[in-house]
Design a binder for this molecule. Structure first.
Ligand SMILES: [Fe+2]
Ligand SMILES: [Fe+2]
Length: 362
């Protein structure tokens, strides 16, 4: 998202374009306030008061004069809306080009003073909201409108659903081949999300990348860690005895195949998890022998989640281990296999890992 100058009067580029339109004085804040005092305005607002669509009313200086309850509700945790300038509040949510268009539309009346576009609103504590945005005059008579409606259509869930549905189909396809169960995949999502939530709570500078979006994304993308096994030959994937060196070489390719499959996912976390969930903190993992912090954080989190669950499960070549024994094994891998500070956090919340396993058994 581009950085947007916050002060209406200090964006040289924008002032230039407004100058060209000969309307720069319209934005002079020293002019008298024109409050939405008339009864006409309040009557025009009535239809929006109960609308399910989030609606803001802004005046021609782009000052927010009204936000309906649906709007207050949508942006809870993001902004303080009332009495602020639209661009001060939403500037970062739009592309710079769109900000210019909004101002030009209001000033020049292009397209009947109406505009439509999109915004992405982000904060650290609340997962991002994606909306379509419609701007149009409040009054029917649009010769010189005083107020404008900004209507938001929240498409966050719709977009997320469409995107994830495509990749869930790939995951389903890979599950047909892999002997890992569907429950393993869901549990790895749950453990990874729980670890990320705890790191967010700790708020250490090392984990400043973790925000509400990171937590939401890892809670879905962790399940994709072995999607690359779709490219592993069945006789290697389902072999009962130990794998030969050559078979191991082929098996390890599932990390690169997964990264390839997920390379079009619009968040690099997907690729990072698939590619690096078998790397080890001391550099003895695969495929690239990355070490320490060079291993992406999301992959380091999923590594602990995946190993914990693999140890707890019964497989044809090994018995199921108890929570206590598994916990001990994770602790033994601190600083060699696993990121030591993540192991500390795991130990703090390992009771939750046990609970996730117990309540999502195969
Ligand atoms: Fe794997
Ligand atoms: Fe796994």
């Amino acid at each position: 998202m581009p950085e947007v100058e916050k002060d209406l009067d200090t964006t040289p580029e924008d002032l230039e374009s407004l100058d060209e339109l000969g309307e720069v004085e319209e934005l002079d804040e020293t002019e008298e306030e024109d409050e939405p005092s008339s009864g006409v305005l309040s009557a025009s607002l009535n239809p929006f008061k109960t609308s399910i669509f989030p609606v803001l009313i802004i005046d021609k200086k782009l000052k927010i004069v009204y936000a309906n309850p649906a709007c207050e509700n949508l942006f809870t945790g993001f902004f303080d809306l009332s009495g602020n300038y639209f661009i001060d509040v939403f500037g970062r949510a739009f592309e710079m080009e769109d900000i210019k268009k909004i101002r030009e539309t209001i000033i020049s009346g292009d397209n009947g003073f109406s505009w439509k576009g999109a915004a992405q609103i982000k904060s650290r504590n609340v997962a991002s909201v994606q909306t379509r945005v419609y701007l149009f005059p409040l009054e029917m008579d649009i010769k010189s409108p005083g107020e404008f409606v900004v209507m938001f259509d929240d498409v966050t869930e719709e977009n997320k659903h469409l995107l994830r549905a495509v990749f869930l189909s790939l995951l389903e396809a890979s599950k047909l081949k892999d002997n890992d169960t569907g429950k393993h995949i869901s549990r790895v999502n749950f453990y990874s999300k729980r670890l990320a939530e705890e790191l967010f709570k700790i708020g250490d500078i090392t984990y400043k990348r973790i925000d509400a979006d990171f937590i939401d994304n890892i809670g879905f993308l962790a399940s994709m860690h072995d999607v690359g096994k779709i490219g592993t030959p069945d006789d290697i994937l389902n072999k009962e005895g130990p794998l030969s060196d050559w078979e191991w070489t082929v098996m390890r390719e599932h990390t690169k195949n997964g990264a390839f499959i997920l390379s079009t996912y619009p968040n690099p976390m997907a690729k990072e998890i698939a590619l690096s969930h078998h790397e080890k903190w001391n550099g003895s993992g695969y495929p690239f022998q990355l070490d320490g912090q060079m291993i992406p954080l999301a992959a380091r989190i999923v590594t602990i989640a995946d190993v914990y669950d693999a140890l707890r499960m019964e497989r044809s070549y090994k018995p199921a281990l108890s929570h206590e024994v598994t916990e001990k094994k994770i602790l033994e891998g601190k600083g060699t296999h696993f990121d030591p500070s993540l192991v500390d956090v795991f130990m703090k919340i390992s009771g939750d890992f046990r609970q996730i396993y117990d309540s999502n058994k195969d």
